[in-house]
Ligand binder design. Structure first.
Ligand code: SF4
Length: 331
């Protein structure tokens, strides 16, 4: 299935009281037998009403445990696809089908198939490892799919005599290659959010906050990872901050909504988004929001629950992607 056109003009939402919307959603969840799954990068309000929150790996696994007949996935398109593929008997709704992902879009299935063909013609003997931020059509062309939470473990499962083609995130691939010692052929994709962190802004924030700890997602470019104290996916970040009892200041280089989840699990700390722009009041703001994740709103969750759409519909190529996802995430 083609991803929807992402630059279509979205209808403007009229203001509705968030507390009323939350009550309505609660009622609809019961009457429609639905569970809400929310990624750490969506608004805090949505994380608060969700039955499950997590990173891509945890949510893909959670989707298989849901006992309700309907899943509402607050995240982006490839996540809804993964939930449907791993739980085909469930109705999987998304608040906004146009919530895409710059990484997934950077690796179209036809281009990947052509590149794999070209590499084989040149005599490369490889397995393809796809970051989970890919369409189901791409996953169907791959041997493995990984998240930042299980990537090392999966790469260890690739036979040592095989080369690795890693798609689509070049930064994550480079980082994984350095920590596993496995050379990789890298697809030149990147995330529009993690790509924009400025090392200068980060170093300035670190200087302004002596003793702070820089925490970065491995999707960040190498020059940001080089100056970070801790590198890990979102679940790893949560475990790390929760493991430190005394108050610390963390400079967080990932999607800014992640701070909602960090502050919930470890409220003793201070969290500053990178890049943090210091206002005269001493407050910080950040421009590192994912525009695709931001398409998820309380109103759209209410509407999709009420209307039973938009829905992720099973596609013929999901069957091949299902094998890859099950082998990689559930076994
Ligand atoms: S933050 Fe980046 S990788 Fe995550 S959904 Fe947004 S564009 Fe995709």
């Amino acid at each position: 299935m083609e991803l929807p056109v992402l630059n279509a003009v979205a209808p403007v939402e009229t203001y509705e009281d968030p507390l009323d919307l939350m009550d309505e959603i609660d009622e609809l969840k019961r009457s429609k037998d639905a569970a809400i799954l929310a990624h750490f990068y969506v608004d805090g309000d949505l994380q608060d009403i969700a039955d499950y929150t997590g990173d891509s790996l945890k949510l893909a696994r959670d989707a298989t445990q849901v006992t309700n007949s309907t899943i509402v996935f607050c995240g982006v398109h490839f996540m809804g696809e993964s939930a449907k593929i791993l739980s085909p008997s469930k109705k999987v709704l998304m608040p906004d089908l146009q919530a895409g992902c710059s990484l997934a879009e950077s690796c179209p299935a036809d281009k990947l198939a052509a590149y794999q063909h070209e590499l084989r013609a040149k005599g490369h003997d490889f397995q393809t490892v796809a970051y989970i931020n890919t369409t189901a059509a791409v996953k169907a062309l791959c041997d493995w799919t990984v998240t930042s939470g299980n990537a090392r473990e999966i790469i260890d499962r690739v036979p040592a005599d095989k080369e690795i083609l890693f798609v689509p995130d070049q930064h994550l691939g480079r980082y994984l290659s350095s920590v596993t010692g496995r050379p990789m052929i890298l697809w030149p994709g990147s995330c529009m959010v993690h790509e924009v962190f400025s090392v200068q802004d980060l170093l300035r924030a670190k200087r302004n906050n002596p003793g702070s700890i820089v925490m970065a997602h491995p999707e960040c470019p190498a020059n940001v990872l080089d100056v970070s104290d801790f590198i890990g996916g979102t679940e790893k970040m949560r475990k790390y901050v929760a493991s430190i009892a005394e108050k610390r200041t963390f400079l967080v280089a990932t999607e800014a909504n992640m701070i909602h989840s960090l502050a919930k699990i470890a409220p003793q700390h201070e969290y500053i988004p990178v890049p943090g722009i210091m206002a005269s009041t001493g407050e910080t703001c950040a421009c590192n929001r994912c525009p695709h994740m931001a398409r998820n709103t309380l109103q759209k969750v209410r509407d999709c629950l009420r209307d039973g759409r938009p829905e992720i519909v099973w596609q013929p190529y999901f069957a091949q992607a299902q094998e890859v996802l099950q082998r990689s995430l559930l076994q």
